[in-house]
Design a protein around this ligand. Sequence first.
Ligand code: MN
Length: 452
Amino acid sequence: MIQKKQHSLLNKAKEASDMLKEHIEKDDIVRIISHNDADGISSAAVLANALAEENVQFHTTIVPRLKEELVNQLRHEKYDLFIFSDMGSSFVKELNTYKSDVIIADHHQVSDVDSESNLVHINPHLFGIDGSKDLSGAGSSYLAIRDLDKKHLAYYALIGAFGDMQGQYGFTGVNKLILDDSIESGKLDVHEGLKIVSKETEPIFKSLAYTFSPPLPGISGDLEGAREFLERMNLSYGIKFTDLEDEEKDLLKNALMDINPDIFGDCYTVPSEVPRLRDLEEYSYILDACGKNKKQGLGLSIALGEKGPALDTAVELQRQYRDQIVKGLEWVKREGPVQLNNIQYLYSEDKVLKSVMGTIASIGLSVELIDESKPVLGLSRLHKDVKVSGRTTRPMVDKGVDLGKALHDSSNNFGGQGGGHDIAAGAMIPYEHMENFLHLVDEMVEYQLGSD
Ligand SMILES: [Mn+2]
């Protein structure tokens, strides 16, 4: 069954590769539109790298959200092929009416509009495959170029998967197939080790405090907690992990595994990359930091091979971003979320907190600063609107919670927009309706839990 679904998806992807080949032969310039998060930037990167290798020119735009306005504007641009990656699945109706060819390589929820002959739509949901854990946007994008003999680019799809929190507990489904491609290409190395970040670049207390997945309760996001933890073992917290003696590494490994056994496991590295980008999960965090700081172009240029000062700038953005998350988690620890009956939410007008609200909602949940028995919404006000990021846990989804649906329906009710996955979703709503919106989401989650 699973094999059959994958097979149908791969057939669809082959149609995209065939469409691409036609345009490559005609020397067309390809227009790429992608999303500004780590997955979206990785999606653009896998496509752009493939096109560059074929000596095809491309023009890329990376946006925070695909709006109808942009979709209607793009149709007037004189390109023969448009590729929408990590987005586009909700605009099949509009894209069907383009005069040019279109490829959508997405993994978000789909509407039930059939594609016209100018459009190839790659999306795991169309084939009964779960796009929240088995394939990312970058994965869909990779599938679109896979048939052009591009297995050496497969690791970008894994970076995207990490960006969408799909690889943290191992790769499954189509992601596993992509992992195998990547290993087969000789680019990727998989080995067991401690899954802590910046092992070669940061003092160890920071490596620990900046490790959010797997979560280390009491240490993740807590510089003080991380320092005390190391001091209790008489380990010097100021040196890098790679500078520890072997027996110190073992001591640390055992102590960390007592907190969370998942901290020791498969590490995915690309040895041919520069040290800072060698670990794929960390690569995704750097792209994420670029996107969050509206420097998506910088992220893309790094993924297209630019290093040196560009990478230094990105690493500095990552450093600032990590500091903001730590500040945010300290705030969560102090204040805690506001409780409704079936959901809880975080809201602040503080400029720094606002910018990381979705992230701290998600990390707060995983490091057990936030009670996981209720979905959490992170709310940040942007002028007249409020941006909502919702997160819950797999056990809550198993009990019936579907945040994508709850946020979609509730936001529509108040003139907003929303949607996403069952476990993670987002919305944009008018600020004036925030209170009512929250109560409606609360009721919907109650209904979802009760009706199961
Ligand atoms: Mn994505």
